[in-house]
Design a protein around this ligand. Structure first.
Ligand code: HDD
Length: 759
């Protein structure tokens, strides 16, 4: 017999956690040597020419990790102590006057322990409370000195450490990962000229145009204040009441009702800086820039039924996925893209580039790839790093500047402000995860929780007693705001008003919708139907349908029919009847179809169903083929533990039909071997497993022996229109079939099968 052990997530940087440097042997099938991809120096993205760049950082090692080492605590081999370093003799019993007597006030060990415990929670983030993060690095392809003097873009191959946090927006800290929501995509670059935080989302536009409306938006989407429901969901009256009265949110609603709002993984979502920012070069010249993160593994989403089921079976689905990808060395990776354009170009656009509810179609300004970002290390401690990290849009470095976007202006204030109450004072920048690598020298002093010990008697400037230090850096070295920001041509004195083009609320909503495939459009309509079906006040549903009529009559009619509306309302009156002709009316790059990534199956989870008596040989070969492509094959059986195949081979099942249901996997393999298939078919979970995989349009490999099992669960290799389903692979075990299946996994999903309602 031969024991097959599932791949243990392994990170060479944390070998001690796996016992590999403690003299303990690794599990069978694993070597003490980390996989080779963990130790090689990084290579530039395949889409870029190798050989052009200079030195690159070894994977897994970067400058911030080094600085964090000074505060890492490792208690291996150490006695328990109080916070004063006094060794504790007994951690079981409080100090009493006799065994049955009262506990004594002098028990400082008990009191310190309880007091600390009583205060160990901090306020959660007002929005984006639920999140997960990782360390990594950004690597520059070519110098961008023509446009910007920002430190990360000065040399090809230059590496800048980063810490990245992904999040949902509406849910509380413990809420489910797979809610329909925008995802935060916040990147902290620890540049050698100070920290730069690019605090973005996985969608390129936003709900509102002015920060003045942000508290209203958030109050509308959060659980309703009288009863605190619903959690992590926009499907309720107050959200739709607000957005139906705020037509500027319509474009964003298209994105949030699309599958983009239910990503498959943090590693498979795009990221966007949203606002127009500015690049500034050494000569002080500036251009506008929009930032894009393009995932190497493609942009992939869940379907709604899947997202709902996952939220019950694994509320930590995205957190786990990010963690496991990094531990197993399949590092999430993105390329950074920039859309660079001038003030003159911006003036000519049919939309206003200061309006965060508008995107710039890639056909109008192409996205230039300027570097890549790799996430290669999980945090050591969730609270110290992921919870305490403080991203602020105000954190920019020389070479990056703001535009006049009024939404951005409010953000520049809000993020620093919120950290002060969330992290308990003005010294949050000293927390190890927030501290820059660049040195900090100024005359700010004191405040709660101050860590630094500034030396000398001088805390003011100008001074002569400190030799004039720290001195003003001057324009050559210091941050200088772009003067153009202050020269707004249309300056008319103080006004509370918006530029006219901001009032075109529908053109780009239609652009997004028209750029989607038929399946994507159907999902958008279904999402509107679902969300509005949870709205209890009919007038709100009607107002929303009235607004949708300005985007697409077809969409409005489908949604109205889905809500059982007898008559279509009149379209909502528009703020602007005559709008400028858009440059682009269909942008293929807005569809997920245009974003398959590199087609690889790295990180995809594949279930191989097993039970005593299955044919082991074919399954082990399929398992090996999947592993060779960096996928995550798992043996799933009626129970975890040992399964004996028809030829007596032992397979270790690390998941059961009960503890990891079908919708948690990206693909499915049904086995050969009559006794095993019979055993599987007796367990009702098997049919559910197959049904969900089938319904969610996942690739399924049906070895001939499981054909009946598959058919009995409702599966078919024909699409509803009678064609061959490209995601179902039925046949005897052959390597060509396995290869076709692997290619099918690379496609992620096979929507040809889909019907609404499901067959
Ligand atoms: Fe915000 C958190 C992204 C508009 C005020 N926001 C926060 C986070 C992300 C974003 C990713 C979580 C950061 C982390 O992981 O710690 N926010 C955006 C984007 C916006 C946006 C892409 C529009 C383009 N936000 C926005 C506005 C305001 C805020 C208009 C207020 C005027 N956002 C906040 C905040 C948060 C925050 C209340 C909560 C926790 C935090 O800042 O650190 O200040």
């Amino acid at each position: 017999t031969q024991a097959v052990v599932a791949a243990v997530p392994f990170n060479a940087l944390k070998a001690s956690e796996h016992g590999f440097d403690n003299g303990i042997s690794p599990p069978a099938g694993q070597t003490a040597e980390p996989p080779s991809r963990m130790t090689t120096a990084s290579t530039l993205s395949e889409s870029y020419h190798a050989g052009k760049v200079g030195t690159v950082a070894p994977q897994g090692v970067n400058a911030t990790i080094g600085t964090l080492d000074r505060v890492r605590v490792d208690s291996g081999g150490q006695p328990l102590t109080t916070n004063q370093g006094v060794a504790i003799a007994d951690n079981q019993n409080s100090l009493k006057a006799g065994v049955r007597g009262p506990v004594l006030l002098e028990d400082f060990v008990l009191r310190e322990k309880l007091t600390h415990f009583d205060h160990e929670r901090i306020p959660e983030r007002i929005v984006h409370a639920r999140g997960s993060a990782a360390h990594g690095y950004f690597e520059c392809y070519e110098p961008l000195t023509q446009f910007t003097k920002a430190a990360p873009f000065q040399e090809s191959g230059k590496v800048t450490p980063v810490f990245v946090r992904f999040s949902t927006v509406a849910g509380e800290r413990g809420s489910k990962d797979t809610a329909r929501d925008v995802r935060g995509f916040a990147v902290k670059f620890y540049t050698d000229e100070g920290n730069w935080d690019l605090v973005g989302n996985n969608m390129p536009v936003f709900f509102i145009q002015d920060a003045m409306k942000f508290p209203d938006l958030v109050h509308a989407v959060k659980p309703e204040p009288h009863h605190g429901m619903p959690q992590a969901a926009s499907a309720h009256d107050t959200f739709w009441d607000f957005v139906s009265l705020m037509p500027e949110s319509t474009h964003m609603l298209m994105w949030v009702m699309s599958d983009r709002a239910i990503p498959r993984s943090y590693a498979t979502m795009q990221g966007f800086g949203v606002h127009s920012y500015r690049f500034v070069n050494d000569a002080g010249e500036s251009v506008f820039v929009k930032f894009h993160w393009e995932p190497k593994y493609g942009t992939h989403s869940l379907v709604w039924d899947e997202a709902v089921k996952i939220s019950g079976a694994d509320p930590d689905y995205h957190r786990r996925d990010l963690w496991e990808r990094i531990e197993s060395g399949v590092f999430p990776e993105w390329e950074l893209g920039v859309q660079i354009f001038t003030e003159e170009q911006a003036q000519a656009f049919s939309f206003d580039i200061l309006d965060a509810t508008k995107l710039i179609p890639e056909e109008l300004v192409p996205v230039q790839l300027v570097g890549r970002m790799v996430l290669n290390r999980n945090p050591d401690n969730f609270f110290a790093e992921t919870e305490q990290v403080a991203f602020c849009t105000a954190h920019v470095v020389p070479g990056i500047d703001f535009s006049n976007d009024p939404l951005l202006a409010g953000r520049i204030h809000s993020y620093v402000d919120t950290q002060i109450s969330r992290l308990g004072g003005p010294n949050f920048h000293e927390l190890p995860i927030n501290a820059p690598i660049a040195q900090v020298h100024n005359n700010q002093r004191d405040g709660m929780h101050r860590q630094a010990i500034p030396r000398g008697r001088v805390a003011y400037e100008p001074n002569s007693l400190g030799g004039g230090c720290p001195f003003q850096a001057g324009a050559a070295q210091g941050f200088v705001s772009v003067p153009a920001r202050l020269e707004a041509k249309e300056a008319q004195g103080k006004v509370r008003a918006k530029p006219e083009k901001f009032a075109d609320h529908y053109t780009q909503a239609t652009l997004f919708l028209d750029s989607q495939t038929e399946v994507e459009r159907a999902h958008i309509a279904a999402a509107f139907r679902f969300e509005l079906s949870k709205v209890t006040v009919p007038a709100i549903r009607e107002r929303m349908v009235a607004s949708l009529l300005n985007v697409s009559e077809a969409l409005a009619k489908t949604v109205a029919a889905g809500l059982g509306m007898a008559n279509l309302p009149a379209p909502l009156p528009k703020a602007l009847e005559t709008v400028e002709t858009p440059e682009v009316t269909v942008s293929a790059t807005l569809s997920l179809k245009a974003r398959p990534g590199d087609g690889s199956i790295a990180g995809r989870k594949v279930a191989l169903l097993v039970a005593d008596g299955v044919d082991g040989d074919s399954l082990l070969k399929i398992h090996a083929a999947l592993l060779a492509q960096d996928a995550v094959p798992r043996f799933v059986a009626p129970h975890i533990g040992r399964v004996v195949t028809s030829d007596g081979t032992e397979i270790e099942a690390d998941a059961s039909l009960e503890n990891e249901p079908g919708f948690l996997f990206d693909a499915l393999v049904l086995p050969n071997g009559k006794a095993g298939v019979d055993a599987l078919s007796k367990d009702g979970h098997t049919a559910e497993f197959i049904k969900d995989q089938y319904r969610h349009c996942k690739p399924i490999l049906v070895l001939s022996g499981s054909q009946t099992l598959f058919a009995q669960a409702g599966g078919s290799d024909l699409t509803p229109s009678g064609g061959q389903d490209p995601g179902i692979f039925i046949g005897p075990f052959r390597s060509s079939t396995v290869q076709a299946f692997i290619k099918g996994i690379g496609r992620h999903r096979h929507p040809e099968r889909e019907t609404a309602p499901p067959r």
